[in-house]
Write a protein that binds this ligand. Sequence first.
Ligand code: PPS
Length: 286
Amino acid sequence: MSDEYVWFEGIPFPFVGFSPEHLRDIKENFVLKDEDVLILTFPKSGTNWLIEIICLIYSKGGTKWIQSVPIWERSPWLETSQGYKFLKDKEGPRLMTSHLPIHLFPKSVFKSKAKLIYLLRNPRDVLVSGYFFWTISNLVKKPESLEQYLDWFIRGNVAFGSWFDHTRGWLSMREKENFLMLSYEELKRDTRNTVQKLCQFLGKKLEPDELNSLLEHSSFQVMKENKMSNYTLMPSHILDHKSGSFMRKGISGDWKTYFTVAQAEVFDKVFEEKMADLPQELFPWK
Ligand code: PPS
């Protein structure tokens, strides 16, 4: 598999945009500022939805920023070589995104008061979303079937490693004051209240009309049409737009359409084995 990922400390990364040298430098030397805000996710958990929401909070529901700047420039990915170069020298408070597992994250995170937002999603939906996304991307080894991808996912042989380790690692921070855990499922179920919780954490207040505008412009349908957010600006050698869309379905529970009964049972067993000792109310999809 070695030519199909960039490997760093046992974790596979997409082979475009990542280098072990940068990843080492980020871990050892990147210093978080107390005013920074970080969006932390395992890939396909709703990262870009959360970025759009936070950009709209910063803009008080105004759409100028989200309609004029690509989403990956508004909140760059810390671990990509490009994102790292940009963020390293940026003055003032920074908004940034990361899929890094906690053990590869800048060590400064443990001392910093930067605001950390971890967005969790049912791993079954993460798996299905990832299966379709990686199939249309040219960033990692392509799975040949969902069955094969399920096997890779359970073993942590997918980009950014094991969902189980990623989640366990970041949830170990959940009692810290500067850490907020949200889920894709609660965002879907009650977007308004979840956004208000987020505003409170960020120390921001929105007027009712500002909140209404945010809800409209971060909705799946509107984001799907926003070329600054829907990834149609990604070159087609990276994302094959003819074969599928980054903004695929945007729903909870889509795994039920794709998992066989046997696959669902296997996944339940693995989830139980790996996560049983954590409070189950952390996982709001059951
Ligand atoms: S990535 O590539 O890891 O950054 O992807 P990420 O943004 O984490 O996740 C992509 C999935 O999020 C869905 N999405 C949304 N759902 C609901 N509402 C909005 N506004 C929204 N925007 C993106 C997107 O469709 C992917 O999920 P699936 O299940 O594939 O549709």
